[in-house]
Structure formats: C-alpha cells, structure tokens
Design a protein around this ligand. Structure first.
Ligand code: NAD
Length: 407
C-alpha cells in the first residue's frame, strides 16, 4: 500500500504529467531537510520519558519554510513529511513568499499536565532554535497546539537568539499575535466559495458543513452573517439538519453551552448522512478521509469545498470527477489560515499593527486572486481544480528554483 507521502506525491506527479514536465519531479520529490530528534523530559511523577520530535523543511525555494506544529500520538516522519510537502504547494497557490515546513511531537497531550506540556515544549523549542528563524522556518499551531504553546517556543527562542516575534505565528495577542488570524481559515474559504458561486451561477445554495471547530464554526458564522442558508452542521457526536436552514447563532450558543451541536433545534442526523444530503455545497471541515470510494457515489452536492486537509481520498476524487462534482482542493480552500499567519509575520517584522478591516481586505485580495489564478489554469488545461491548483503551485516553485539556478 502506498504511504501517505507517496499519495501526496502523486498529486504533484499528476500536475507535472498534464504540463508534460514529469522529468522535474525528482527536484521536488523529497524534503530539503528532515530532522528527527528525541527529547528526554522528567515528568511530574519523577520518571523520565523520551519523546520523538520532528521538523521538516520540504522546500525553501520561494522563501523560508512555513507550517504548523502538531502534538498527536500518531505523529510520525511520514506524516510530518507529507504535511510539509503540502505546505509548499499551499503557500505557492496563494503566492505568499514561503516554502513548506511542518513539525510535531509524538504524544497524546491529554495524558500530560500543563506543566509537563510546557517543559516538553520548551525542550522541543531549544532543539528547534538552531533550525528555525523568521527567514529560515516559521512554525505555527496545528492539531492540539495553541497560542500558549507558541508563546513558550518564542520565549525559549528569544533567550537563545534574540527577541524575534516573527519566528513563530499564531501567538497570543500580547506577544504579537493578531486579531483575525483565528478566523482566517474560515474567512479565506468564504472568499473562495463566494467567487466560485458567482462563476457557477448558484444563487441560493443550500450548504452542509461537517465539523464545528475553529474552521467549521467560524465558516458557518461568516456564511450565516452574509445571508447564506446552512441546512446542516455536525461535530464528532453527530449532526443536525433543517431543510429550511439552521439558526447558526443559536447553534453556536448551544455548542458552547452543551459541547455538541446535536442539542440544537433540528432533525438529528449522523455524520454519514450529512455527507450524503441533498445540498448544493458540501464542506468537510473536520477530518481527513471522509469522502471515500464507498460514499463518493452517494454525494449529492455539486460542489465540495475542502476546508479540512485531505477530506477526499484519491479514489473518491476519480469518482467525483466522473460525476462532474467540482472539488475545491484544500491547498486553495483552507489557505486562508497560512495567509493569516503571513500577515502576522509581516506586522511583527514591521513592528506595525493593522486594523481588522485591513486584515480582512488583504485576505480577500490574496484569496480571490488565488482562486482566479487557479481558474485561469483550469481554463487552459481543462482539468480538475485540484490538478489546476497543483499545476499553478508547481510552476511557481519550479520557476523560483530555475531563477535561483538550482535546476
Ligand atoms: P478543531 O479541532 O477546532 O475542530 C474539529 C471539529 O471536527 C470539531 O467540531 C469536532 O467535533 C469535529 N469532528 C471530529 N470528529 C468528527 C467526525 N467524525 N465527524 C464530524 N465532525 C467531527 O479543528 P479545526 O482547526 O477546525 O480543523 C478542522 C480541519 O481543518 C482539519 O482538517 C485541519 O487540518 C483543517 N485546517 C484548519 C486550519 C485552521 O486554521 N484551524 C487551517 C487549515 C486546515
């Protein structure tokens, strides 16, 4: 069976095949640097536990590596390499001056006290200090890491090197983090969807969203504020559906109070049922591998907006293409998150503070431009949006490598 890295590589190969540049694959197939290390930490019970940790720079052709840090029991080199690889293409699609990076520690954060997470993080940051930097590699939060963890990393780095908030993004507001970053993934996805709906002439779409966390809930809120009709949402416990549309403000209140959307008013449905609803737009915003060969033929939506990373498997992709269902790929649809990080980095480097309005306007410009760039490639090659986004990204990265004399 192919590894997840090989599956990700295949997306780039497909793009290169279409533009008849397969011979260039070898230049971008592997990361520039993949670091694996161990961190021994004395825990609260006095025992020393040794954690495995990683940081990968896939490409720095277009600028410093950029990508999050994940704390999860399943973190391993194959996964970190894959996520760093995808960051290279995501940053290139939205044309921000970064390459791709990613990092992580193999651990289940729920099993450790806050003090233990702090000392594990600080030990990781001391190892990272030599290989990250605002012009080298800029981490950010990812699964089970948060602004507090970013603050500890910044603190360690600033004692080892110097005070440099631009070394990491997703920080607390007190340390150079910015208002708007938290909702930037959702707001970016909204701008992409808005452009697409204009192109597709879909006037009053019925929308279903899987996942009601940072990405899914903020997107539901932004869509509802703009008058869109969301008929179903879900979280890990299941979903709710109302064919006339949900009152999203109320659903958010219920989610905050009762920890699940299922307690809100509406017909209870399962996550499986949500994916197969009769809607115009389906937005997976929770987990990977949600639309697979076993349910791709049951999807009724005409558009799938991949706000989660990798929610559609390659096998499902083929079925959806045959069924003429338009898939807006993750490297475009959720790139608002890293674009928000980029704005944080700019402000830290300038020592400036943007207004929230400026943040939103800049995000709108970057995301709509990226959407239109992908559309232009799609019109030229008459292929899927995923292939078009990868063609655009690969062309930009190879172009930078060529200009720098690397290839
Ligand atoms: P989150 O942890 O805040 O929320 C995840 C949500 O998914 C929760 O509501 C959870 O209940 C729900 N969920 C879990 N299992 C589920 C299941 N089986 N069915 C339905 N819902 C389920 O995470 P997030 O930050 O919103 O990220 C969601 C996805 O978006 C991930 O794939 C992530 O990689 C991607 N993403 C997020 C960002 C970001 O800035 N937050 C940026 C890029 C990509």
């Amino acid at each position: 069976m192919a590894s997840i890295y090989e599956l990700a590589q295949e997306k780039v190969r497909n793009a290169l095949r279409i533009i008849e540049k397969e011979e260039y694959f070898k230049y971008i197939a592997e990361p520039e640097q993949a670091t694996e290390f161990t961190i021994p930490v004395r825990l609260d019970n006095g025992e020393v536990e040794v954690f495995k940790a990683y940081r990968v720079k896939h490409s720095t052709a277009r600028g410093p590596a950029k990508g999050g840090i994940r704390y999860h029991p399943l973190v391993n080199m194959d996964e970190v390499k894959t996520l760093a690889f995808l960051m290279t293409w995501k940053n290139a699609v939205v044309n921000i001056p970064y390459g791709g990076g990613k990092g992580g520690i193999t651990l289940d954060p729920k099993k450790y006290s806050e003090r233990e997470i702090e000392i594990i993080t600080r030990a990781y940051a001391r190892r990272l200090a030599r290989i990250i930097g605002p012009d080298i590699d800029i981490p950010a939060p990812d699964v089970y890491t948060n602004p507090q963890i970013m603050a500890w990393i910044l603190d360690e780095y600033s004692f080892i090197k110097q005070w440099e908030p631009a070394v990491i993004t997703g920080k607390p507001l007190e340390l150079g983090g910015i208002a708007g970053r938290e909702e930037s993934t959702a707001r970016g996805a909204f701008f992409v969807l808005r452009e697409l709906l204009k192109d597709q002439n879909i006037a009053k779409p019925r929308i279903a969203i899987q996942g009601f966390g940072n990405a899914g809930m903020n997107l539901a809120r932004i869509l509802a504020e703009s008058g869109y009709n969301i008929v179903a949402v879900s979280d890990s416990r299941g979903g709710i559906y109302n064919e006339k549309g949900l009152d999203i403000e109320k659903v958010i209140d219920i989610k905050k109070e009762k920890k699940t959307v299922q307690e809100a008013e509406g017909e209870k449905i399962s996550n499986k049922e949500l994916l197969e609803l009769d809607v115009d737009i389906l937005i997976p915003a929770a987990l990977d591998n949600q639309i697979t060969k076993s349910n791709a033929d049951k999807v009724k939506a005409s558009v799938i907006l991949e706000v989660a990373n990798n929610p559609v498997t390659p096998e499902a992709d083929k079925i959806l293409e045959e069924r003429n269902i338009l898939v807006v790929p993750d490297i475009l649809a959720n790139a608002g998150g890293v674009t928000g990080s980029y704005f944080e980095w700019i402000q830290n480097r300038e020592g400036s503070i943007w207004s929230y309005e400026r943040f939103v306007n800049e995000l709108e410009r970057v995301m709509t431009t990226a959407y239109r760039d992908v559309r232009a490639v799609r019109n030229k090659y008459n292929t899927t949006m995923r292939n078009s986004a990868f063609i655009l990204a690969v062309t930009r990265v190879l172009g930078a490598m060529r200009q720098r004399g690397w290839i």
